[in-house]
Design a protein around this ligand. Sequence first.
Ligand code: UDP
Length: 365
Amino acid sequence: MKYDYLIVGAGLFGSVFAYEANKRGKKCLVIDKRDHIGGNVYCEDVDGINVHKYGAHIFHTSNKEIWNYINQFAEFNNYINSPVAVYKDELYNLPFNMNTFSKMWGIKTPSEAKDIIAQQIADLNITNPENLEEQALSLAGKDVYEKLIKGYTEKQWGRPCTELPAFIIKRLPFRFIYDNNYFNDRYQGIPIGGYTRIAEKMLDGVDVKLNMDYFELIKGNPEIADKIIYTGMIDEYFEYKLGALEYRSVRFETERIEEENFQGNAVVNYTDREVPFTRIIEHKHFEFGKQDFTIISREYSSEWKPGIEPYYPVNDDKNSALFAKYQELAEKEENVIFGGRLGAYKYYDMDKVIEAALGLVNEEL
Ligand code: UDP
């Protein structure tokens, strides 16, 4: 049986593409090496609590089209992400805003906060921040950088802040108003019924094969489809022939606790280096859960190596240059299109993944 499209990876990118292609009468086969669909947005329902198995996913976008698009597949609740950060025995609100500054320095007004930040960086002369450290210092000063950013970032990325790109910290709002909303986006929420249900709806009526390795499938069936949409690691596809791209991985220690409310918030970051994990997620709070038990996940970051799951591309200069070379190979690869976080080697949020998949739909279909 020959398909129009073989879609490798049943995550958001692959599922959106499959949904749109199927709608237009194209025959699609979606494969995934995992035993479930949804990719990293997959959630497992544990006695009524949706456990985000591959890390917390909070949907947020400023793109109304994307918001309307995803709302076809689920209604969203009114969850607003407002993490807190624990640094030794101190606790601060995130993102970096007047609540954070007020607690840090015992001040009340934006001008007091701005004065302190200016004093703290006066001798550094940062005009054009060239790395994450300079960017963070110039936005929030030394105290915030040292207590809330340095340790967390170095745990998450396994690299000094001076060697990381500034854009990573620019993902977060820095604001001089009392507002703990972690995102600046117009639309935000968690899908009622869970992310897995969204993937199920997208893949309804599409052939899906789980526990299936692409390389094995294609070896035995090189003619299985006219075109391939590949959302796995681009360097793995090319058998690492130009060298391996670097990724960060995450390991979760998930625990069920017979207590209603463990930490009082969905996300608590641990920003000092001494605590080995970066954050604890209490899954029920994403959906205002009222169960008499709770489930938490401690999140540990590590360098990716073969055999574990890749999560974050490391978009520094070295890896960006190597990725550009893989992209040249990708362009020459007839009938294969690369996409998604791993195929495009991009630190994509969910809305951007959907945007990219719909962009491909417009070009392709
Ligand atoms: N970050 C930080 N302290 C925090 C939270 C985030 O320094 O308490 C920095 C860190 O460098 C991280 C970046 O901000 O990599 C982006 O954080 P975000 O929460 O967007 O990361 P994700 O949710 O994708 O893991």
